[in-house]
Design a protein around this ligand. Structure first.
Ligand code: NAD
Ligand code: WQD
Length: 341
């Protein structure tokens, strides 16, 4: 298939581009580079041997996007582009609504104009909101949606827009993929997550502790109602996630309208379990200190991934140790991310 990947120079996008190219798709990327380096796609070329064209364009520029569509005759779009930092979205809500909703609406309009009917969208576990009850797990796709911050609200609203747009035109096929906690990197160590500034997420933070860029991990609370008191999440290897997009594209024709699938492992791991898995990857202990809970954090979040297995024939196969080993490989080989390129 000829596929346009928006946000394809970013973390999950670049890994998915590798998986799509290896599955035989013809891929182009559009990315504003607001949170990415073009070096990621140079590395994709090293991994795959294929030069994936990059259009440096903001999706909200509908005229520029239209030219890319006119040239590309795409059969499907995989839409990663968006801003994703929860704290930043609380501080800059308008920027988040404008970027995430604006770019999706512009993309859908250009797709309509060019007769492109198939879209895979990056949604998130954040659309389920925060469930304080541990017995609300596992999270299933038919739960009511409710975000607790502007970033999450953009995902909920985009899901609603996709449903409305698909309801109005029975040719459309939209796969809404709700990612749990993506971590890890391509096993080559050539591409990976390269956060700007202080990482918000556990594994990128731990990786920077391990490489000496941060002094110690701060564990946000050890008094949750979980087996060891720390927060539990459903971490998923980014290459499993990438494969989930290939599976969604392969099965999209069978599912008219907008349909949602969880992409996770279905297993929860605590902060201490992740810390110890990362220590095994690095080969020594890592410093940490327990601090207060982070406001807005759920005690536990993990999914039921059964719908994706039944419908898309996909399930996550990589272990937490593999996630940490691959994440560490990337961070060790690229202590400052893509900055040196
Ligand atoms: P990322 O920031 O690495 O990738 C997003 C890419 O989109 C970046 O390359 C950025 O430059 C680009 N972009 C942003 N706004 C754009 C615009 N208006 N026009 C063109 N390009 C634009 O993030 P990621 O971790 O790879 O996430 C990819 C998608 O998955 C995002 O939509 C994110 O919300 C979603 N998601 C991520 C996680 C996670 O924990 N990483 C979890 C759930 C969902
Ligand atoms: C995991 C666990 C923390 C950092 C966030 C977004 C969500 C999604 C993915 C995109 C929690 C603990 C963390 C640290 C810690 N993004 N922690 N010390 O909160 O599940 O999800 O990223 O859609 O929207 O909210 O992931 O990696 O931040 O936290 O103790 O320095 O690690 O309290 O229990 P989270 P996370």
């Amino acid at each position: 298939m000829r596929v346009l990947v928006t946000g394809g120079a970013g973390y999950i996008g670049s890994h998915t581009v590798v998986a799509l190219v290896e599955a035989g798709h013809e891929v182009r990327v559009v990315d504003s580079l607001v949170n990415a380096h073009r070096a990621s796609l140079d590395r994709v070329r090293t991994i795959t041997g294929v030069d994936v064209p990059l259009h440096v364009t903001d999706l909200r520029d509908a005229d520029a996007l239209g030219k890319i569509f006119a040239d590309g005759s795409f059969e499907a779009v995989v839409h990663f582009a968006g801003l994703k930092a929860v704290g930043e979205s609380v501080a800059q809500p308008l920027r988040y609504y404008d970027n995430n909703l604006g770019s999706t609406i512009s993309l859908l309009q250009v797709m309509e104009r060019h007769g492109v009917d198939a879209l895979v969208f990056s949604s998130s576990a954040t659309v389920y909101g925060v469930h304080d009850a541990v017995d609300a797990m596992p999270l299933r796709e038919d739960l009511p949606l409710g975000a607790v911050n502007p970033y999450g609200e953009t995902k909920v609203q985009i899901e609603r827009i996709l449903t409305d747009v698909a309801d109005a035109d029975d040719r459309l096929r939209f796969a809404v993929l709700r990612y749990f906690n993506p971590v890890g990197a391509h096993p080559s160590g050539l591409i990976g997550e390269d956060p700007q500034g202080i990482p918000n997420n556990l594994v990128p933070y731990l990786a920077q502790v391990a490489v000496g860029r941060r002094e110690k991990l701060l564990v946000f609370g050890d008094d949750y109602p979980t087996p060891d008191g720390t927060g539990v999440r459903d971490y998923i290897h980014v290459m499993d996630l990438a494969d989930g997009h290939v599976a969604a594209l392969a099965h999209l024709a069978e599912f008219p309208g907008a349909n949602a699938w969880n992409l996770g492992t279905g297993r929860g791991s605590s902060v201490y379990e992740v810390l110890h898995a990362f220590e095994r990857a690095v080969g020594h202990e890592l410093p940490y200190e327990v601090t207060a809970r982070r406001p807005g954090d759920a005690p536990v979040s993990y999914c039921d991934p059964g719908k994706a297995e039944r419908d898309l024939g996909w399930r996550a196969v990589r272990s937490l140790d593999q996630m940490c080993a691959d994440h560490w490989h990337w961070q060790r080989d690229n202590p400052n991310g893509y900055a040196a390129d």
